[in-house]
Every structure is written in C-alpha cells, then in structure tokens.
Design a protein around this ligand. Structure first.
Ligand code: SF4
Length: 258
C-alpha cells in the first residue's frame, strides 16, 4: 500500500479526546492569536502559504512573540514570486520559517506513473498530486503540534462558510485556529497596506488566490476570488485536502503505480 494512503488511514484511526474549546467568535484576530500562544505555547504553528491572509497573520504574530512558529509547504511547483515573498517576509520580521518538502521517492513514483502534469487529467489525479505534494508534508508538520493557525476566510469558498475562529479539526485531530475567518478581502488588504507588509506580487496581476503555478490562473473581473484555483473543476471539489474531510479524500486518492 502507498505510504501516503497508510499515513492517511493512521490519522483517521487515532482515538484522540476532543478538547473543550472556547467561543472566540467575538474576539479580534490578535486576541485569538494571544489565546492560542498562551494555551499551546510552542505547540501551535501558522501554516503559511504567503497569501494575503497569511502575511497578515505573520505580522500579527511577530508583534506578539519574537519567535512565532511558522511553516510552509514547498510543493516544488510554486511560482518564483511565492519564493520572493517568502524571503521578503523572513527578512522583514527576522523570523525562521520551516519549509516542508514532499518525499522524493513518492514524487518520483507518482510522476513516473502519471506524468508531471497529471492533475489536468482527472480530479483523482489532482487530488493524488495534492496528497503527495501538500497533504503528506502538512501531516508531518502537524504531527508535532497541538494546534494550527490558518488564514482561512468564510468568503473565500462555499466549502468554508461554516468554519469558526477556534474549532476542532477532525481531519488532523488537532485544534484549528482561523483568526481571520470573518474578515473581508478588503480588511485584509487594508491591513497589508497600513502595515507595509510584503505580499506576493502576482496579486497585482489578477491573482487573488495563489497556489501552485500550473493550478492557478488570473481571474476576470466579477469572478469568484478562488475561480483561478483548479479552474477546470467545479467549486465543490476545490479543496486540495489541506482543509477537507480526509474520509472523502481517501476515496479519491489511489496509490501511484510504477
Ligand atoms: S495544486 Fe496542483 S501542482 Fe500543486 S499539489 Fe495540487 S495538483 Fe499538484
């Protein structure tokens, strides 16, 4: 059995007691982050893809603590502009960033079986690529934490409308903290401009949401802000698995054959 599928099944079968979580819906993002740091200390980390929401959270965290725990997933298919903002943020805040890479043997096996651009062929292939390049590295990062912080907002997607500021992440069996969940896109950009935060320059070229280069395109005026992500798929399938139900994902992901 493929190592990624085994890992996914292990995550699903763990029995972990769900902690009682406070209702933080009326709290500011900074208060939510302070609560997270007070509660989880070094066991809480920001999952940062250097999108606009993520750089806002880096700025907020850096104003609360000198050593925020921040990790990112380098899928190997990112745009050069994403690496630029990664280094710009690192230098501005003088912080360390853990870069998580996929496992080389698994990538090689998948590419040998399906090709480099397998994601265009089917949703199953796309989810397999996300599993290998994003989800397995994410699971590795989360296995060392008790809580993770994300830059999710309810307005971003139909799949995110019911998320809370602090919630139990059944997929990964840890606490998930979404301090900006009720923010608008305008609030995010106002904060970026006011605080002079580095951001991905592709946002100035019509890319409101940026993922891997081959799976992201600029959007047209009036389109949904995530319309440029996996644009060939229906909105309901547009999660890479980082924030999706793993039981649904596991059905879609088949092990790569040599
Ligand atoms: S976004 Fe595209 S290239 Fe990136 S991991 Fe998913 S399918 Fe692969």
């Amino acid at each position: 059995m493929d190592a990624q599928v085994q890992l996914s099944q292990q995550v699903q079968t763990q029995t972990i007691q769900v902690p009682e979580l406070p209702d933080m819906e009326s709290k500011s993002p900074e208060d939510v982050l302070k609560w997270a740091l007070d509660t989880y200390g070094k066991k809480v980390g920001l999952s940062c893809s250097f999108g606009p929401e993520d750089v806002v959270l880096v700025d907020m965290l850096a104003k609360i603590t000198k050593k925020p725990k921040i990790f990112t997933l380098d899928t190997g298919r990112l745009n050069p502009e994403t690496y630029d903002v990664m280094d710009a943020v690192r230098q501005k805040y003088n912080i360390k960033i853990d870069v998580m890479f996929p496992k080389t043997p698994t990538i090689q096996k998948m590419v040998k079986a399906k090709g480099l651009n397998l994601f265009y062929d089917s949703i199953e292939n796309r989810k397999m690529c996300c599993q290998v390049r994003k989800i397995e590295p994410l699971n590795r990062a989360l296995s060392k934490l008790n809580a993770w912080v994300t830059g999710l907002r309810r307005q971003q997607s139909v799949t995110r409308t019911t998320m809370k500021k602090v919630e139990w992440d059944e997929s990964h069996k840890i606490v998930k903290i979404n301090p900006l969940i009720d923010w608008t896109r305008e609030q995010v950009w106002d904060y970026i401009k006011k605080n002079n935060i580095p951001y991905n320059k592709l946002h100035d070229a019509g890319y409101p949401s940026i993922g891997c280069a081959p799976c992201t395109r600029a959007i047209k005026p009036g389109e949904d802000e995530r319309a440029g992500r996996w644009w060939w798929e229906n909105p309901e399938t547009k999660e890479c698995g980082l924030h999706a139900d793993p039981t649904k994902l596991a059905k879609a992901v088949q092990p790569a054959q040599t």
